[in-house]
Design a binder for this molecule. Structure first.
Ligand code: 5AD
Ligand code: SF4
Length: 445
């Protein structure tokens, strides 16, 4: 009998990308092999995102298409198991059973390690959706198999969940409260990633800088400690961590940016808004002044460091003056990259019920203005890179033969025609051209 094939589609953040890799690890231990596309897959999994309405709706529309595919395969005598996993399941398990009853199983982001059990149950219970959205007592990380190999650039989840309860955000409800992996587990995974080819590790967590994992002696350690230990791993050339919460950036973490050459000079630190009134309504534990002071300290620790951020426009109660304060903080910090969003009303979060909901038209106008300003700084930074020699880690094939795509220390995408022998290597590249979204360059000589 031929081996069963799987196909996974991942929506949303890097944590989902990481989780999907771990799910692949489970499927491979169960004997599944990757399918070239959904049409030939016996098992189709959607790993979903619930952060904004658009992301969640996309899952339901794509599921409709998968149902059509399932019926086509059925007509040809082929069975297809459809699974939905991730944050949409945690938040909307009843909606899934109602809107997509053809789904065979649905599990939240904290119970992937139970997939073998769930898949076995489906064998016994066809026609019924098996749903698992518990917040389990055990940590999924203790049970998930390791990825067998990594490319030059690897993700490593060190922390999951969030206790901040920003009033717009579903994460504390979908990913649960904060939980950190023990220091030794993280170090062991990092060493293994380096042994299988990783030159760069990006530490992941919803609130990664509130990391407080236990060491071998049971003592709680912070992110700064973990970074210093990781920096001792021979062969690990680049370390990043994302996503951080501004109020949790402490002096020890800032000192790492001064002391550790492996720590890339680029920090994603979402400010969300420049208005103190809005930050307060968002339940953020920082003002715009606090944020600017933190950035100043970071720049003092490493003058080459540059910042990126997330922004929300049109939060309930946001007036023109508040929006101008957001533009103001952009002009001060000069973020080199950013993600910006219109506020999306999420059921079950406090902000969904707040007075002063902002009209869609105004949200759109503000987003356009903000994005134009952000893009202008991004383009300026990219243009200023032209002529510089930058170490680039190549980890993707480009469109043409011989073209590779890699990342500079500042997470800029760089294209170069250098041949596949440079895949998963760090190469010094002279930057020759720049647009808002990418750079091009050449090797010297
Ligand atoms: N509406 C719009 N943007 C949101 N984000 C989180 N929740 C919402 C929401 N309800 C944004 C924040 C966060 C990023 C991951 O998504 O900017 O930092
Ligand atoms: Fe959501 Fe981030 Fe706020 Fe946590 S800190 S509630 S993940 S926006």
């Amino acid at each position: 009998m031929s081996k069963k094939q799987y196909y996974i589609k991942t929506f949303g953040c890097q944590m989902n990308v990481y989780d999907s890799q771990r799910i692949v690890g489970i499927l491979e231990t169960l004997g599944y092999t990757p399918a070239s596309g959904p049409k030939t897959a016996d098992l189709i999994i959607f790993n979903t995102c619930h952060i904004r309405e658009k992301a969640a709706e996309k899952v339901f529309s794509d599921l409709g298409r998968i149902f059509a595919l399932k019926q086509e395969r059925l007509a040809a005598g082929l069975d297809t198991v459809i699974g939905v996993v991730g944050c949409v399941v945690q938040a909307e398990d009843e909606q899934i059973a109602k809107r997509a009853p053809f789904v065979d199983f649905a599990t939240g982001p904290l119970t992937y390690h139970r997939l073998p059990e769930i898949l076995a149950k489906i064998g016994r219970k066809r026609g019924q959706t098996v749903i698992d959205t518990e917040f389990p007592a055990e940590s999924k990380f203790d049970f998930l198999p390791q990825n067998r190999s990594s490319g030059g650039c690897a993700y490593l989840a060190i922390q999951e969940g969030c206790n901040n309860f920003c009033t717009y955000c579903v994460v504390p409800y979908t990913r649960g409260i904060e939980c950190s992996r023990p220091v030794e587990d993280v170090l062991a995974e990092a060493r293994r990633l380096v042994e299988t080819g990783a030159l760069e590790i990006n530490l992941l967590g919803q609130n990664v800088n509130s990391y407080h994992g236990e060491d071998h002696a049971g003592k709680e350690r912070n992110l700064a400690h973990l970074l210093r230990r990781l920096a001792e791993i021979e062969g690990l050339k680049r370390i990043r961590y994302t996503t951080s919460y501004p109020a949790d950036v402490d002096d020890e973490l800032i000192a790492c940016h001064r002391d550790l050459p492996q720590l890339m000079p680029y920090l994603h630190l979402p400010v969300q808004s420049g208005s103190d009134k809005i930050l307060k309504a968002m339940n953020r534990r920082h003002t715009s002044g606090d944020y600017l002071r933190t950035v100043e300290k970071l720049y003092a620790a490493n003058p080459d460091l540059r910042m990126s951020s997330d922004f929300i426009v049109g939060f309930p109660g946001e007036e023109d003056a508040d929006f101008r304060a957001t533009l103001d903080i952009v002009n001060r910090v000069k973020f080199i990259q950013a993600f910006s969003f219109k506020y999306s009303r999420r059921a079950g979060t406090p902000a969904a019920l707040m007075p002063g909901q902002v009209e869609e038209k105004i949200k759109k106008e503000r987003l356009d203005i903000l994005q134009n300003l952000l893009f202008s700084y991004q383009l300026k930074f990219n243009k200023d890179s032209v002529g510089k020699l930058m170490p680039v880690l190549f980890d993707m094939k480009g469109r043409h033969a011989g073209q590779l795509i890699g990342r500079t220390p500042y997470m800029q995408n760089l294209h170069a025609e250098i041949g596949k022998e440079y895949m998963n290597k760090i190469v010094n590249i002279r930057v020759t051209e720049a647009t808002t979204n990418s750079l091009s360059g050449k090797t010297e000589g």
